[in-house]
Design a protein around this ligand. Structure first.
Ligand code: SF4
Length: 195
């Protein structure tokens, strides 16, 4: 039997050193006031409180589990509240091989999410079908829903998933609050048959 090993050199948490504050958005400050753009404040709040919906169908989902667990700890980015209700989540994380039969289910989940919503495609299968160049597998989820960030790899390591997540945070933080009502966004959705 393998012996049980304990951490014999536990580190004491130092809240002052290990907890950082998000940078304030650009703006003007003076004695007792600070002004900035509404989009910047909303972006700051949104990007640090993402609610991911994991749509995991195969091996990449296991990497996601590692990403959520204590070593990599997605909660550090304000995203520990993983939800399985599309109506409450704003980040769809698609991880794994998506069979063509599963395509309508994935699209239904996407449609049930409220705006603003973002999509992170994790792993070669979700991005392009991966090694499954076959009649039954969707050759990339961007054939049925718009994707914001692609994470390559088969499977991508948790560090790569975190990197993809941080790219999503960058997009979310910079997004104008008017974008979702804009013509460009409507045209994008229209190209997917979404009104
Ligand atoms: S990309 Fe590789 S690891 Fe990820 S679901 Fe596909 S086959 Fe599995």
């Amino acid at each position: 039997m393998r012996p049980v090993r304990f951490n014999i050199n536990p580190k004491e948490a130092n809240a002052h050193q290990s907890i950082g504050m998000a940078d304030a958005p650009p703006g003007y400050s003076g004695e007792g006031f600070f002004t900035t753009q509404l989009s910047s404040v909303v972006g700051l709040a949104r990007k640090n409180s993402m609610w991911p919906l994991p749509f995991a169908t195969s091996c990449c989902g296991i990497e996601f589990m590692a990403t959520m667990a204590s070593h990599y700890d997605l909660a550090r980015f304000g995203a520990e509240r993983v939800g399985f209700s599309p109506r409450q989540c704003d980040l769809l994380m698609v991880m794994g091989t998506i069979a063509k039969k599963m395509g309508p289910v994935l699209k239904q989940v996407y449609l049930q999410m409220a705006e603003p919503r973002w999509v992170l495609s994790v792993g070669a299968c979700a991005c392009s079908g991966g090694i499954f160049d076959t009649y039954s597998v969707l050759q990339g989820i961007d054939q049925i829903i718009p994707v914001d960030v692609y994470v390559p790899g088969c499977p991508p390591r948790p560090e790569a998933i975190l990197d993809g997540f941080m790219k999503i945070q960058e997009l979310v933080g910079k997004e104008s609050i008017r974008r979702r009502n804009g013509e460009q966004y409507k045209t994008l959705l229209h190209s997917y048959g979404i009104e």
